[in-house]
Design a protein. Structure first.
Length: 404
């Protein structure tokens, strides 16, 4: 899109610098900008400005229709262009409203089910600029729920060599009780180097059975031949992973592994152990890493025996990433990438505190994950995958040669 010249009147500019009318002025400013963007998009699609005569014109305007957009600074009214033939198209509304709509729906559900806090009304009015009836909530749900369901059930047609897994707990109301439920999330890196949200599920715990359900759904949708999966040592996860994705290498998160070792060591030895672990993780190959491990075992077997047991038992899992080319190791040796996604979920979840039901969890978290998924697949590549697939070919040639 070409640059747009935004026009603002003096009254609007005065309001932006006035304490009393600032909120209303910001709302009007956003309304003015978006209306001018819509008008410019209409001109681009018709290849002509209003009342302009030219040979390249593709159609004619047919007035406008008003549409409300709910934002954090209030409800604004937009004039959506109409054409005599064909339809005006814009992605403005869907992409802008999805996460806002989900947040509103989850909190409105609280009000309807009688589990709201004293501040819930003021929060929803601040976010949306208006109040919502039960019928309005119902109609919004009908629009949002199928979109989330479509996202959760979409086919996974590409190759995903890397998968990152994590779980977090959230509070949900069920049968008049508040319970803690596990939110299991799977993200991946596709063959083009872009990250994707592969799937998520809500379960009573993060047990082996719960992970089985998520993994089976991913497989039914087409996920296969995952080369490396990264996660913390969640209960049941590794067992379920090896059962459902045989041949997939499991990389245990090095950040969490360090915490496990340091928690098992005397406090006076922790600074020194941190240095040793850093050397271990930065090893150039598995032989170098194994040599560092043996030195650590000798140095700390008497002073920190429990920590060395943790190191011995988890060494192979925490150094699995060394089988990859060097440029891919840093981002795949920890689950930090999905931890940052969890922080975004937590930021929204804190506003709600307790979800009124499981459906509202799927609705809100699903909308947020769709938003991040779209940013990832349309943004900068997470990896350039050429070197990785080249290394796979070389390893395959090496194995065939040695077997022969």
């Amino acid at each position: 899109m070409a640059q747009i010249q935004i026009n603002m009147d003096s009254e609007l500019l005065h309001g932006l610098f006035s304490k009393e009318g600032r909120d209303e002025a910001f709302s009007r400013l956003l309304e003015t900008i978006l209306n001018q963007v819509l008008s410019h998009q209409a001109s681009e699609q018709l290849q002509a400005e209003p009342y302009e005569r030219n040979e390249d014109r593709r159609g004619y305007r047919n007035g406008n229709r008003n549409r409300c957009l709910h934002t954090r600074i209030g409800t604004i009214t937009l004039s959506v262009p109409r054409f005599r033939s064909g339809e005006f198209s814009t992605s403005l509304f869907n992409r802008y409203q999805r996460s806002e709509q989900a947040l509103v729906l989850a909190m409105i559900d609280m009000v309807i089910n009688g589990v709201s806090t004293r501040k819930i009304k003021s929060v929803t009015e601040e976010l949306c600029g208006t109040s919502f009836s039960k019928s309005t909530v119902s109609s919004l749900c009908k629009l949002l729920d199928p979109e989330v369901a479509k996202f959760r059930n979409r086919p996974l047609e590409k190759h995903y060599p890397f998968m990152i897994l994590d779980a977090m707990y959230i509070k949900v109301r069920r049968d008049g009780r508040i319970i803690s439920m596990g939110l299991l999330i799977a993200t991946g890196v596709n063959e083009d180097g872009h990250r994707e949200v592969l799937g998520f599920s809500l379960a009573d715990s993060e047990s082996e059975v719960s992970w089985d359900c998520l993994f089976k759904s991913l497989k039914c949708r087409g996920l296969k031949n995952v080369d490396l999966a990264v996660s913390d040592n969640h209960s049941g996860l590794s067992k379920s992973l090896h059962k459902n994705f045989q041949g997939t290498v499991w990389q245990r998160c090095q950040t969490h592994f360090s915490h496990n070792i340091l928690d098992a060591a005397p406090k006076r030895l922790q600074p020194e152990l941190k240095l040793w672990l850093h050397s271990l993780y930065e090893a150039s190959d598995i032989e170098k890493a194994r040599a560092i491990k043996e030195e650590m075992m000798k140095s700390f077997e008497t002073s920190a025996p429990k920590a060395m047991d943790v190191l011995e038992n988890g060494f192979d899992d925490v150094t699995a990433v060394l089988c990859l080319p060097l440029k891919y190791r840093k981002r795949l040796r920890t689950s930090n990438s999905i931890e940052r996604l969890n922080e975004e979920i937590r930021r929204r979840e804190r506003v709600i505190r307790i979800f009124p039901n499981e459906g509202s969890v799927i609705r809100l978290i699903g909308a947020l994950l769709i938003e991040h998924h779209e940013k990832w697949i349309t943004g900068k590549k997470y990896f350039i995958m050429d070197e990785y697939y080249e290394s796979k070919k070389e390893n395959k040639k090496y194995l065939i040669k040695n077997i022969a």
